[in-house]
Design a protein around this ligand. Structure first.
Ligand SMILES: [Zn+2]
Length: 314
């Protein structure tokens, strides 16, 4: 199946290259830069986040807790193709109906899928494709694949529609990690698509926390996903960590640059960021401008997660 898909992508890629369709990409750094970088700017203007990093209790106000609770239980709908959900329902190995799915908190493995950005927090945009929509599609397809093929996993989404978790970006990112804590998750996987300033980069990369409590497992999980993406024909740029420029612990060691990595590590949860491909790359574009391409990426994510956690097939 991958071989057939890969050949189809090569045709798509050639067409895209010849037609020169990659001309409408927004290249301002504020749009192309991933959300956590914006967070860093807000952090550099204040010191309030440092105490939060070490906190060990969930301190969401009641209202926000309720909203998180609701998001965990909301079945996936609307902005993502219902056609795909029906198809998954038919080919799945269980009788689970993804549209009515409610994750079971007692499942052996609990995964939080985090579709990056959403609502007021825009990701990359290129030729009418919005990263926040692609992230959501892949997240729902990945969840549906997991819950219809494996019996011992519960999958929670941080959002199931095009919405933010909080209008303030700093809080929005922290709340995504709070969902993982609330769900007692074995891992949070934040799903993204990349973009480059000069539209000349391609391939997949996974960012993990450098912290000892989660680094090794995060790397193994990320590698399992990257291997499946590589099987599709997406270049593997492997696991990476990124240090904060201006956030240091009491020993002078820099914190993780990305908020998802940082907040999840503080909660003892492996939180990884999967940048699947570049939304503005002629090489990668064939994977992301078709329903088949997005489904293949979602399946690759699911197979990587299943392999790492040794999930049980129905
Ligand atoms: Zn992103």
């Amino acid at each position: 199946m991958y071989g057939r898909i890969t050949r189809a992508f090569k045709v798509l890629i050639s067409v895209a290259a010849v037609a020169g369709i990659l001309t409408g990409c927004i290249s301002s750094s504020s749009t192309l830069t991933d959300a956590p970088e914006k967070l860093e700017k807000s952090i550099s203007n204040g010191k309030s986040l440092i105490p939060d990093i070490t906190r060990d209790t969930l301190t969401l106000p009641d209202k926000e807790l309720a909203s998180v609770d609701e998001s965990l239980k909301t079945p996936a709908k609307s902005t993502v193709s219902n056609k795909t959900e029906e198809k998954e329902d038919v080919i799945g190995g269980s009788l689970i109906d993804p549209a009515k799915y409610v994750p079971d908190p007692s499942a052996r493995i609990k995964i939080v899928l985090d579709p990056g950005h959403g609502g007021v927090h825009s990701g990359a945009v290129c030729d009418g494709l919005r990263e926040q929509d692609l992230n959501l599609k892949v997240a729902i397809l990945c969840r549906n694949y997991l819950i219809t093929h494996y019996s011992d996993v519960a999958v929670f989404l941080t959002r199931s529609t095009d919405r933010e978790l909080n209008e303030t970006l700093k809080i929005d990112l922290e709340e995504r990690a709070n969902v993982a804590e609330f769900a007692n998750a074995d891992a949070l996987i934040s799903l993204h698509f990349n973009a480059s300033e000069n539209h000349d980069a391609n391939g997949a990369i996974v960012y993990v926390s450098k912290r000892d409590n989660v680094n090794e497992e995060s790397g193994m999980l990320g590698d399992a996903i990257l291997k499946r993406l590589e099987d599709l024909g997406i270049e593997n740029h492997s696991i990476s960590i990124r240090d904060s420029n201006d956030l240091f612990d009491t020993s002078g060691n820099p914190y993780d640059y990305y908020a998802i990595n940082r907040h999840c590590a503080a909660k003892d949860i492996p939180g990884i960021i999967v940048e699947h491909a570049y939304i503005d790359s002629p090489i990668d574009r064939g994977f992301i401008d078709s329903e088949e391409g997005l489904a293949a990426i979602a399946e690759a994510d699911a197979l990587g997660i299943a392999a790492h956690f040794e999930l049980t097939l129905y």
